[in-house]
Design a protein around this ligand. Structure first.
Ligand code: NAD
Length: 352
């Protein structure tokens, strides 16, 4: 008998082509909101305005100032704008950075959040928020930051460049992979994670060949939803902690870092997580999931090494120590030497 605990998250999810325009007004109305503020990053401002136009009188403005890792001053300014506009809710349109700002607004104000994701980051499915102050990123879990409603519109993702499509897709796969060996995984999480990986890895080669293919965009978003849901239901392990250190302390780019590192962390954890590897192997149709993942990503043009991402060789030891001194669950015992070995391999890009 497999014993488990599973907690379902109270969210509505809509996936439909055109939903950012056709479904968002309905979702906002269902929540009883009349004065929502739409937030996005500067590059997503035009899309955010389209969503705002569809909301009509139910929208009090667009605030297009989200930035990566939610700097505290950006969060403070957004909360001021929410209060000044007397908003009763927030709609975040964009990638993990825009949704991250929406979450911090929800955390500070208690107002309900609707998320309209335009990447595969999966942040919309997790109760995890992040805030960067004085160069240090803090994260926490709070149910109040979970979007009440998530609207996936494959049309929005047609403009996602191929490079970011691939790395953001592997970012989603990383969520599912760590959920599969998390101590709080359940049978439902395992099914969700495996199907999420299958959908994403099926869609990525098609999207690299034809980035505007709406059906493939829809499959990738479906995969991102499932992978994000698996992450949202579980506790993250070594891979996410290490990416957090490399992004937070050394400024490495989020999705790219996940993409380079994942095969190496999986190869490292594989001996201690046989069931997760079997599941990933089924989804990837291989008996060597770490290698297959790396070949998929590199074959689609993703970066191969941490050196390419701008990490200095001297930083490897510092990063290994930082990742080893925190406490978190991981199937294989985390030691500074073990982490350094895998970081060295990822730095040089040797076969995982
Ligand atoms: P992002 O939101 O920073 O977007 C990356 C770039 O892509 C931006 O320049 C953006 O303008 C552009 N972009 C986004 N969607 C686009 C589209 N459809 N077409 C064209 N350009 C588009 O990057 P991300 O990888 O989505 O998110 C990364 C952030 O999210 C990090 O801060 C990370 O820590 C956070 N995150 C949090 C969680 C969580 O559970 N809390 C999960 C995943 C990621």
């Amino acid at each position: 008998m497999r014993e488990f605990t599973h907690e379902a998250r109270p969210m509505r999810v809509v996936l439909r082509a055109g939903a950012s325009v056709t479904a968002v007004p309905d979702e906002v109305e269902r929540l009883g909101l009349r004065r929502v503020l739409v937030v996005s990053g500067p590059r997503g401002a035009a899309t955010a305005r389209t969503v705002a136009d569809a909301l009509g009188d139910a929208c009090v403005g667009v605030h297009a100032e989200a930035r990566m890792h939610v700097p505290a001053e950006v969060a403070d300014r957004a909360v001021e704008v929410v209060h000044a506009a007397d908003a009763d809710g927030c709609v975040a349109v964009g990638g993990g950075s825009a949704i991250g700002l929406g979450k911090v607004i929800a955390l500070s104000t208690g107002l309900p959040l609707t998320a309209v994701p335009s990447t595969y980051s999966g942040s919309e499915m997790t109760p995890v928020w992040g805030l960067t102050e004085d160069g240090v990123k803090r994260t926490g879990r709070d149910p109040s930051v979970l979007p009440r409603s998530v609207v996936y519109d494959p049309e929005l993702t047609r403009s996602l460049p191929v490079a970011l499509t691939v790395t953001s897709g592997v970012n989603a796969v990383a969520h599912a992979a760590e959920a599969l060996y998390a101590p709080d995984a359940s049978p439902l999480v395992a099914l969700t994670a495996e199907e999420g990986v299958r959908a994403m890895v099926d869609a990525l080669p098609e999207l690299a060949a034809s980035p505007v293919d709406l059906a493939a965009r829809g499959r990738a978003l479906y995969g991102a939803w499932l992978c994000g849901a698996a992450l949202g239901a579980t506790t993250m392990g070594l891979h996410h902690k290490l990416c957090h250190v490399l992004g937070g302390t050394f400024g490495l780019p989020h999705a790219e870092t996940h993409t380079v590192l994942l095969p190496y962390v999986l190869a490292h954890n594989a001996p201690a997580a046989p069931a997760a590897m079997t599941s990933l192997g089924r989804a990837l149709d291989t008996d060597d999931a770490p290698l297959a993942l790396r070949e998929l990503a590199v074959g689609l043009g993703a970066p191969r090494t941490l050196a390419e991402l701008g990490l200095a060789r001297a930083d490897l030891t510092v990063a290994a120590r930082a990742a080893a001194e925190q406490a978190y669950p991981n199937p294989r015992k985390v030691t500074a030497e073990g982490v350094l070995d895998l970081l060295r391999a990822a730095y040089h890009g040797v076969r995982p």
